[in-house]
Design a protein around this ligand. Structure first.
Ligand SMILES: Cc1cc2nc3c(=O)[nH]c(=O)nc-3n(C[C@H](O)[C@H](O)[C@H](O)COP(=O)(O)OP(=O)(O)OC[C@H]3O[C@@H](n4cnc5c(N)ncnc54)[C@H](O)[C@@H]3O)c2cc1C
Length: 443
């Protein structure tokens, strides 16, 4: 007879692998199921990942996985009237190599792997509780029973979308709460001028506030350059899959070495991360940093938080799932909700307004550093700047920004006090919706 698993994970991406590793290290029986073939897994490019996440022993980082070591972040305002040079607390990591390493560790730790699975779906008991995963493999139907199923399928949220409505998972995102990103790594001959603007060797240059996102160019070495862009969807901004190659051509760059693109959820997490035996982690739980679109690092951080909670064997499964939900919001999710409110406000401003805010130092180095890294800094710093700027001009913009900061603070505080087993807190959830509804008027 087949033994029941403690955890079955749908999706062997960054969230799925780190969750598997954490749970395997605590002695759980874990299986991973992915629709792709093993060799197709992992992104064929390098991402910016939080240094402190990589320092976790379950993940780790080696020199050969670092593709570049930027001197820092160079940020240009939308109309180029102001530039900033700030520290960069991310590492640039080869995501293919990182994925390979994590997968190897999962295999070594005894994780059970199923690739090229199709029709992956939860199976439910009569109360709608998930009892495991079903899928087709080599034309046969497989069924893996488990105490927990994790949806780590990325933005598809393939498992939560098949759960009954009563589970309370949020499935759909409006296009404006998603971003499309695309990048190409090209050969480069060291020429460093584009439309009169210098490209700084070794610096990761962001052109901020373009098309509801930003574009970047990063000369990684003397002969290799990374060019990309992320835009807000739902606004008819030009597709980066076209604009990035155009930019590469205008820079006279050489052959494409690697690259690719996809959709990133930039809304903050909805406060149901566990329900009916299912946990959601990573992009499927909307856990990217809203103000920079960096989701891989936080997907791995959330997986560690989830693993920690699932290993609490003295708690029953519902208590463990709820503990993950609560710990995620306390440790990171509440801060990212604050940045989600700011993101919505910033995306509602015209490029000229953002440029003005940056020129005036209202959106200065400190604020840019904090928002790109998703590190909460308290509103008083902003408020002091706002006070200074009052009386200058553009009070309307400042008031709008101030209102967003107030709502962001309130939402953050509300999420920090998420009740253990949030779904039982109907009043709490209603207050969450009321706070969020203020941001719908941001335009
Ligand atoms: C161009 C680009 C640049 C980016 N740059 C950065 C960056 O610099 N820093 C950063 O932190 N983030 C970046 N991101 C975002 C980052 O890639 C994602 O946030 C991250 O991959 C999320 O990890 P995940 O494990 O949740 O999902 P994924 O990496 O998407 O993994 C999901 C896995 O689930 C599998 N799957 C899908 N459907 C099913 C199913 N039905 N059943 C079973 N398995 C399924 C998939 O095959 C995949 O293996 C970038 C994204 C793009 C597109």
């Amino acid at each position: 007879m087949l033994m029941k698993h403690d955890l079955v994970i749908a999706g062997a991406g960054y969230a799925g692998l780190v969750l598997a590793l954490k749970c395997l290290s605590g002695g759980m029986k874990v299986a991973l199921v992915d629709i792709k073939a093993e060799e197709d897994l992992g992104h064929d490019w390098s991402d910016s990942i939080e240094r402190e996440v990589l320092q976790n022993t379950d993940i780790g980082i080696s020199e050969d996985e670092l593709t570049a070591k930027p001197k820092g972040l160079h940020i240009l305002s939308p109309l180029h009237s102001k530039e900033f040079f700030i520290d960069y607390a991310f590492e640039i990591v080869d995501m293919k190599l990182l994925h390979k390493k994590l997968l190897k560790k999962v295999k070594k730790s005894g994780g059970e792997l199923h690739f090229k699975a199709n029709a992956v779906r939860p199976f439910l008991d009569s109360s709608g509780r998930c009892k495991g995963l079903m899928f087709n493999e080599n034309n046969e139907t497989r069924e893996l029973k488990a105490d927990f199923v994790a949806d780590c399928t990325g933005i598809k949220g393939a498992i939560k979308s098949l759960m009954p409505k009563e589970s309370g998972f949020k499935v759909e995102l409006s296009p404006a709460d998603t971003s499309k990103a695309y990048r190409e790594v090209r050969r480069w001959d060291g020429r460093n001028k584009e439309n009169g603007v210098e490209i700084l060797p070794g610096w990761l240059s962001y052109h901020y506030g373009v098309n509801g996102g930003y574009s970047w160019v990063h000369p990684e070495t003397d002969d290799r350059i990374d060019v990309g862009a992320g835009i807000q969807l739902g606004k008819d901004y030009p597709d980066p899959e076209y604009t990035v190659p155009e930019r590469c051509n205008s820079l006279n760059l050489g052959e494409k070495l690697r690259g690719g693109g996809g959709i990133i959820p930039v809304s903050s997490s909805y406060p149901v991360l566990y329900s009916h035996g299912v946990i959601v982690v990573g992009d499927s739980a909307f856990q990217a940093i809203p103000t920079s679109g960096c989701g891989a690092g936080n997907a791995m951080r959330a997986a560690l938080i989830a693993g920690d909670a699932l290993l609490r064997s003295r708690l029953n499964p519902d208590e463990r799932g709820s503990l993950y939900e609560r710990n995620y919001f306390i440790q990171k999710g509440a801060d990212l909700a604050y940045y989600d409110v700011l993101r919505r406000r910033m995306q509602s401003f015209a490029p000229e307004t953002l440029d003005w805010l940056m020129k005036k130092g209202i959106l200065g180095s400190k604020e840019l550093y904090a928002s790109i890294h998703g590190l909460y800094q308290s509103t008083p710093a902003f408020s002091a700047l706002l006070k200074m700027a009052y009386g200058i001009t553009r009070i309307d913009v400042l008031l709008k920004l101030k209102r967003a900061l107030v709502v962001g603070e309130k939402l953050r505080e509300h999420l920090e006090n998420i009740p253990y087993r949030a779904k039982s807190g109907e009043t709490w959830l209603q207050q969450y919706f009321d706070l969020l509804s203020e941001t719908y008027h941001f335009g």
